[in-house]
Design a protein around this ligand. Structure first.
Ligand code: ADP
Ligand code: 5GP
Length: 189
């Protein structure tokens, strides 16, 4: 496949996009996860080259200077995240469609660049309070990091209507079923 499709999942942190994307990867064999590069520290259980390509801030900036990214964002201070051009080429060469877990700005940026080839899905949390609760339960963030992530959510929610589809993630089972349906329909087009 010279050019496959792009399935983009974006949401405020804690809304459940990683959970949904992992589920889709388990049930839809034609998808492959687009591994982003990032400069934040690795969390317990994460692996370099599986969850992210973990880079130092300097390495990340060098790749920006070399023009190696399709898009990148400094999502939080000194926490850079971005999609490498080589990553999407790798997935398409593998005859799969690329599925992305990116922040809201990054999702809209990818959609703008790839238009009809891309499906941009916004995962909507039931409320901002639920985000805070979920991030606490996930036990991966410091209280400062939770506050920073929740603080950004109100602005991110305002961008939801610019996406192709919105999935409410209140009842997880329903959200997973809806995600499967939406992605299946898009790939068949
Ligand atoms: P994101 O990738 O958007 O930051 P995650 O997928 O990591 O979000 O989900 C945040 C936390 O909320 C995880 O611990 C996950 O298990 C939990 N979670 C996901 N969906 C739901 C849901 N519908 N109800 C309750 N908890 C959920
Ligand atoms: P986390 O630190 O929780 O893994 O990710 C923080 C945020 O960065 C999430 O909203 C995640 O979707 C986003 N993110 C991950 N990879 C990329 C990427 O390649 N580009 C952009 N713009 N955001 C990303």
């Amino acid at each position: 496949m010279d050019q496959g499709k792009l399935i983009i999942f974006s949401a405020p942190s804690g809304a459940g996009k990683t959970t949904i994307v992992h589920h889709l990867l388990n049930v839809l064999p034609y998808l492959e996860f687009s591994i982003s590069a990032c400069s934040r520290p690795m969390r317990k259980g994460e692996q370099n080259g599986v969850d992210y390509y973990f880079l130092t801030v300097d390495e990340f900036k060098q790749k920006i200077a070399n023009g190696e990214f399709i898009e990148w964002e400094e999502v939080y201070t000194n926490n850079f995240y971005g999609t490498l051009k080589s990553e999407v080429q790798r997935i398409w060469k593998n005859n799969r469609h690329a599925i992305f877990d990116v922040d809201v700005e990054g999702g809209l940026n990818l959609k703008k660049q790839f238009g009809e080839k891309a499906l941009a899905v916004f995962v909507m949390p039931p409320s901002i309070q639920s985000l805070e609760q979920r991030l606490k339960q996930r036990e991966t963030e410091t209280p400062e990091s939770i506050a920073r992530r929740v603080g950004k959510a109100a602005i991110e929610l305002k961008l939801a209507e610019q996406f192709d589809k919105i999935i409410l993630n209140d009842d997880l089972g329903k959200a997973l079923a809806e995600a499967e349906k939406i992605v299946g329909e898009f790939i068949k087009v």
